[in-house]
Design a binder for this molecule. Structure first.
Ligand SMILES: Nc1ncnc2c1ncn2[C@@H]1O[C@H](COP(=O)(O)OP(=O)(O)OP(=O)(O)O)[C@@H](O)[C@H]1O
Length: 347
C-alpha cells in the first residue's frame, strides 16, 4: 500500500467522462449508488427509469430531464413540491435529487401500476366497490396535500398508482409537475382569484370552472376527483372524442357539456352519491376549503348501503374474471427467467 504525504496536493478528481444523458445513452450509475436497469416510460418533459439502490437492493424510479442552456427545467420545481409534501401518506419519498450527467435527476420510491393501467386490466371499468375504496384514498391524499398549502391541478388516473411490496394496497399520487402553492408561505394568505387563465391539467377530468379560464383552487381538485371516479365507474366520459375546429373551441365545448345537460344526464345514470358530491364541489367559493370528511362519508355510506366492507380487495385481484390486458408492471421479464432444465439435469 502506498501512503500519501498528507501535505501533498490531493489527486485531481476523476473527470466525468460519461456523455450527457439521452434515453439511448443512460448513465450506468446515479449519485454513486443507484444503478439503472430499464426505461419505464417517458412523459412530456422527462424519462423515468427503473433503478436499484445498490446497498439495500430496493427498487427506485429515476426521473431524468435533460438540461438545455435555454430551457428552464421543470424537474427542480417538481422536486421542490415533493419536498414540501415530505411525510404525507400516499406521496412517494424522494431519495435524492440534483443535476448529474447533463440532466436534472430525481430518485424516488418506485410505484406499481397506475389506475389507468388497472382500469384497462379490468376490462375498461371498475366495480363500484373498488371505485369507492379508491375514491376514499384519493380524498385523504388530496386533503393532506391541500393541508400543506399545495393544489395538484392535474388529477388523472395515470397520476394515481398503487405502491409496491408492503404498500401494494395503498394508492399514491405522483407527477406533481403542475402543483402550485395556493397559500403564501409567509403570510398564509390564499392566492388571489384570477380569470382569463389558460387551460391547465388534463381537460377530460378538469373541473368545469377551469374550462372557462377561472384560476384553479382546492374546489377544482376535488371536483376533478369526482369526474375521475365517474370515469372509472363508466369507463368513458361523454366528452371523449368530440370534434371541434380547434383546441380552444374544443375546451369550451367540453366545459359547456360539464355545465349542461350531458353532465346532468351522466349523473342520472351514475350511483346516487355523485349528485351530492358534485353539488358540494360546485357550491364552494374560490378560497373555501372543501369538506373532505363529508365527501368521504358519502362514499362510506354507499359502501354501507350495499353491505360492503372496506377490505382492500380490489377488482384486479381476480384477474381470471375481469382481466384482459396486463399492466406493464406484471409483464414477465424474460431476463429474470431461469432456462428450463431437463429432468435428467435435475436428477
Ligand atoms: N415513481 C414512479 N414509479 C413507477 N413509475 C413511475 C414513477 N414515476 C413515473 N412513473 C411512470 O413513468 C412515466 C412517465 O412519468 P411522468 O408522468 O411522471 O412523466 P412526466 O414527464 O411528468 O409526464 P406528463 O406528461 O404526465 O407530465 C409514466 O408511465 C409513469 O407511470
Amino acid at each position: 500500500m502506498v501512503l500519501r504525504d498528507p501535505d501533498s496536493v490531493p489527486p485531481a478528481p476523476v473527470p466525468n467522462l460519461h456523455p450527457p444523458y439521452t434515453p439511448d445513452c443512460p448513465p450506468f450509475r446515479i449519485h454513486g449508488c443507484y444503478q439503472l436497469t430499464r426505461l419505464i416510460g417517458s412523459g412530456s418533459y422527462a424519462d423515468v427509469w427503473n433503478g436499484v439502490q445498490m446497498d439495500t437492493g430496493a427498487e427506485v424510479a429515476v426521473k431524468f430531464e435533460p438540461i438545455h442552456p435555454d430551457v428552464r427545467e421543470s424537474l427542480p420545481y417538481e422536486s421542490a413540491i415533493y419536498a414540501q409534501l415530505e411525510g404525507v401518506t400516499g406521496i412517494p419519498r424522494i431519495h435524492w435529487s440534483g443535476p448529474e450527467h447533463g440532466a436534472y435527476v430525481l430518485v424516488m420510491d418506485k410505484l406499481g401500476p397506475n389506475v389507468e393501467e388497472l382500469r384497462r386490466f379490468c376490462r375498461g371499468a371498475l366495480s363500484l366497490r373498488t371505485v369507492l375504496m379508491l375514491g376514499e384514498q384519493m380524498l385523504t391524499i388530496i386533503e393532506e396535500v391541500h393541508a400543506r398549502g399545495i393544489i395538484v391541478r392535474d388529477i388523472k388516473p395515470e397520476n394515481f398508482a398503487m405502491g409496491l411490496v408492503e404498500e401494494y394496497k395503498c394508492l399514491h399520487l405522483l407527477d406533481l409537475g403542475l402543483g402550485k402553492l395556493y397559500l403564501d408561505p409567509t403570510t398564509g394568505k390564499h392566492m388571489p382569484f384570477r380569470e382569463g387563465r389558460g387551460g391547465i391539467g388534463t381537460p377530460r377530468y378538469a373541473s368545469h370552472n377551469v374550462h372557462f379560464g377561472l384560476e384553479p383552487s382546492r374546489r377544482d381538485d376535488v371536483e376533478a376527483i369526482g369526474i375521475l371516479l365517474l370515469y372509472l365507474c363508466h369507463g368513458r366520459l361523454p366528452w371523449q372524442g368530440i370534434v371541434a375546429p380547434d383546441i380552444p373551441s374544443k375546451l369550451l365545448r367540453i366545459g359547456e357539456m360539464k355545465r349542461g345537460k350531458p353532465f346532468a344526464d351522466l349523473l342520472t345514470k351514475s350511483p346516487a352519491f355523485f349528485d351530492p358530491f358534485f353539488k358540494h364541489c360546485r357550491s364552494l367559493d374560490f378560497d373555501t376549503q372543501p369538506d373532505y370528511a363529508y365527501l368521504r362519508n358519502l362514499l362510506r355510506r354507499t359502501m354501507k348501503d350495499h353491505g360492503w366492507e372496506y377490505d382492500w380487495e380490489y377488482d384486479w385481484w381476480s384477474p381470471g374474471e375481469r382481466g384482459t390486458l396486463l399492466p406493464n408492471e406484471y409483464k414477465l421479464d424474460m431476463g429474470l427467467v431461469q432456462p428450463v432444465r431437463h429432468r435428467q439435469d435435475v436428477l
